[in-house]
Design a binder for this molecule. Structure first.
Ligand code: FMN
Length: 263
């Protein structure tokens, strides 16, 4: 599959056709998740669950028959690892014609966590419905997309920088341009797009510009999941290597270092 084409095609799907997914599609998802890895080497465990028999639903989703639930050990980099691994599944689902929606907020966590058999020390940050998109979006979905501005993304000049946070990045090389565009197009919680990148030669330092309200809402950081998605897209297109090599740059307010990808 051409990853960039899939990244461009993907959108959150909140209205499904009500028909579920075939046993062949279930098998493909099952096989795909077996080989999913992330640079943090933190295992993410996926489950495909029948929505009706387990009583799973979301107030913003219609016509879904299945959910994918995932859990991961908590601790340092747990969110980034989860984001990285889960996004691989989201992109794979899209490549075989299945719609998904990352969901961290619009679900009754207690019900999903019970189905996931969540143990002490495990985290179930997000889930997604999975299925075929309906021909038309529900009114709820249309309103949600408009409210969040889901079709919009920040311009590259606000996201990518050269050596410090003051100089917008100009990239010549086609492969790197595409990889940065892949980061820019990624999904994020409330479409806040927290990713910032500062380039220094072959090193691309990833930073999170976090939203205080979201931060204060929970003990874990949903925007670090967005950062895992950004790393997944960038590494998927560059084949770069991920490390923790904080260059100690002066950061804007509410911005923190996450990881470095060396290309
Ligand atoms: C970590 C994360 C959590 C999200 N949580 C929710 C959610 O709880 N409910 C929902 O409807 N969408 C959720 N979304 C989807 C975003 O709103 C969506 O990705 C964004 O608006 C961009 O739209 P698009 O995915 O169609 O490109 C989440 C996305 C991410 C990455």
């Amino acid at each position: 599959m051409d990853i960039m084409e899939i990244i461009k095609q993907r959108r959150s799907v909140r209205t499904f056709d009500g028909k579920g997914i075939t046993p062949e599609e279930q098998q493909k998802l099952y096989e795909y998740v077996q080989q999913i890895k992330n640079p943090y080497d933190i295992p993410v465990h996926f489950m495909l669950v029948d929505a009706r028999s387990e009583g799973l639903f979301s107030p913003v989703i219609e016509g879904e028959q299945f959910y994918i639930i995932a859990k991961v050990p908590g601790g340092p980099h747990s969110e980034e690892a989860f984001g990285y691994s889960f996004e691989q599944l989201v992109l794979y689902a899209c490549s075989i014609g299945l719609g998904t929606t990352w969901m961290a907020g619009t679900l009754d966590r207690k019900i999903f966590e019970k189905v996931a058999d969540l143990q002490e020390g495990e985290m179930m940050y997000c889930v997604t419905p999975v299925g075929h998109a309906a021909a038309a979006m529900s009114e709820t979905e249309q309103k949600m997309r408009a409210g969040i501005g889901a079709d919009e993304r920040k311009p590259a000049a606000e996201l990518f920088f050269d050596k410090d946070f003051a100089t917008p990045l100009a990239v010549e090389e086609e492969k790197l341009k595409t990889a940065l565009e892949a980061v820019r197009l990624g999904p994020s919680a409330v479409n806040y797009q927290p990713w910032r990148i500062v380039r220094d030669g072959k090193a691309f330092h990833f930073y999170e510009t976090y939203n205080k309200a979201l931060h204060e809402r929970s003990e874990w950081d949903v925007q670090k999941i967005d950062m895992g998605i950004a790393l997944c897209h960038f590494i998927g297109l560059t084949g770069g290597t991920c490390s923790l090599s904080d260059p100690g740059l002066a950061c804007p307010e509410d911005t923190q270092y996450i990881a470095t990808v060396t290309v």
